[in-house]
Write a protein that binds this ligand. Structure first.
Ligand code: UGA
Length: 426
């Protein structure tokens, strides 16, 4: 058992803290948000994340997990200090590492001798080495241990990862960090600091590229009469490519892909390489939002003005309540700019979620669809697939559906009498 501090109780920090307690460590998780800490101390979690509440309650009950306000309280007896802090995108595309630097400055004079600072935040390549250079403590090591946690399945991703990447300045430090994960059955990729930082950006930008590739391929399928589901089945069976992350959609979004793509482009430019491939992928993703709008227009005689549109789904993907950089919101704003009247239903979104004012929120799918001229499925919530579309047809003013997630049964929708469009299916 090690004594561990986790600074930051966002979805990465909270998942890290709860999972480290679950595998037997003694964890103190700190955040500057007093309300959040009070909520956690009352056995509640501020985000929607499968299994997380259960693990937080388990850790608290076993007295292996506690929550405190402010980093200082958490670190004084910790041999390992995880940094799980936000690194938002700045106006120039670079990542803002202010929060990380501030915490390092605050904790470095007071952490125990030979403690290790383990950074999980996504930071520009070289940041962890420069943090180490600025700390006036020669006994303290800095390690990069990027997270690969998907929202919605973060706990599973932590406990059953494909790999654990540990970037350290020397082998012994890397091994001390690897030992923290001894209970987890996964290959450890032990590398240097800069390589670990690069692996994180490489992973997210490769995945975003994969999604944009498949979205482009779906457009080709539409043009040539091929079926994207059959094409991705064949494509993904090539083990060099793999079958995951080949689902077409309204574009990639969320709190990570867009900012990490921009950041890597920026990092490359700053280092003297123009990463034109990634720039094109970012551009293709914008085009994808426009393609979904064009599909709605095509079903409504190219005129969205005053049309009632039902938006099904607003979160950036299913099984999360996160609206940050959501493709659904991107599409909605483009539809609103063309004069459409928008009513949305999302099982995880409430009036407190902070949606743009152009979107009126409905309490159910039925309510959103009633009197609508067209519905767009923008998030792949299972309840949209399971819904009784035979009954909905009479609720709608016009039975038109753009299925931007390919989650409805095309044949059945057409047989029911819907004017139906999706991405690259025949
Ligand atoms: C992503 C990465 O998957 C995690 O490994 C990483 O740790 C995390 O970012 C991060 O950097 O913190 P997440 O933002 O939860 O996780 O989202 P993903 O599940 O990767 O999905 C990203 C976007 O791609 C979503 O908008 C999703 O709808 C879209 N997507 C994904 C598709 O359109 N098709 C697919 O086949 C897969």
């Amino acid at each position: 058992m090690s004594t561990v501090a986790v600074i930051g109780a966002g979805y990465v920090g909270l998942t890290t803290a709860a999972c480290l307690a679950h595998i037997g460590h003694n964890v103190t998780c700190a955040d500057i948000d007093e309300t959040k800490i009070a909520q956690l101390n009352n056995g509640k979690i501020p985000i929607h994340e499968a299994r997380l509440l259960e693990l937080v309650q388990e850790g608290t009950a076993k007295q292996l997990l506690k929550f405190v306000v402010g980093a200082q309280q958490a670190v004084t007896e910790s041999d390992f200090v995880f940094l799980c802090l936000p690194t938002p995108q700045r106006g120039d595309g670079r990542a803002d590492i202010g929060a990380v630097l501030e915490v390092v400055e605050e904790i470095s004079p007071i952490i125990p001798p030979r403690a290790i600072i383990i950074n999980k935040s996504t930071v520009p390549i070289g940041t962890n080495a420069s943090i180490h250079a600025t700390i006036e403590r020669s006994d303290i090591a800095v390690v990069s241990n990027p997270e690969f946690l998907r929202e919605g399945v973060a706990v599973t991703d932590f406990l059953q990862p494909d790999r654990i990447v540990i970037g350290a300045m020397d082998e012994e430090t890397g091994e001390r960090v690897a030992a923290l994960y001894a209970e987890i059955n996964a290959p450890i990729v032990q590398v240097d600091l800069a390589s670990a930082e690069t692996i994180k950006y490489a992973t997210n930008s490769f995945l975003a590229t994969k999604v944009s590739f498949v979205n482009g391929l779906a457009a080709v399928c539409e043009a040539v009469g091929a079926d994207i589901e059959l094409v991705t089945r064949g494509l993904g069976s090539d083990q060099r490519i793999g079958s995951r992350f080949l689902q077409p959609g309204p574009g990639w979004g969320g709190s990570c892909f867009p900012k990490d793509m921009q950041a890597l482009v920026r990092i490359a430019t700053d280092a003297g390489y123009e990463f034109d491939l990634l720039k094109a992928v970012i551009e293709a993703n914008e085009q994808q939002f426009d393609r979904i709008v064009a599909k709605a227009e095509a079903l409504l005689d190219q005129d969205l003005s005053e049309k009632n549109l039902a938006l099904l789904g607003l979160t950036f993907k299913a099984h999360t309540d996160d609206l940050r950089n959501s493709p659904a919101i991107e599409v909605a704003q483009r539809l609103a700019a063309k004069g459409a009247i928008l009513t949305a239903y999302d099982p995880m979104v409430t009036s407190e979620s902070g949606i743009p004012q152009e979107i009126r929120l409905a309490a159910s799918m039925e309510q959103a669809l009633t009197d609508s001229d067209l519905a767009l499925v923008l998030t792949e919530w299972p309840e949209f697939t399971r819904a009784n579309w035979a009954r909905f047809i009479s609720l709608m003013e016009g039975p038109r559906v753009v299925d931007a997630r390919n989650v409805l049964d095309r044949k059945e929708m057409v047989e029911l009498g819907y004017l139906y469009d999706d991405l690259g299916r025949t």
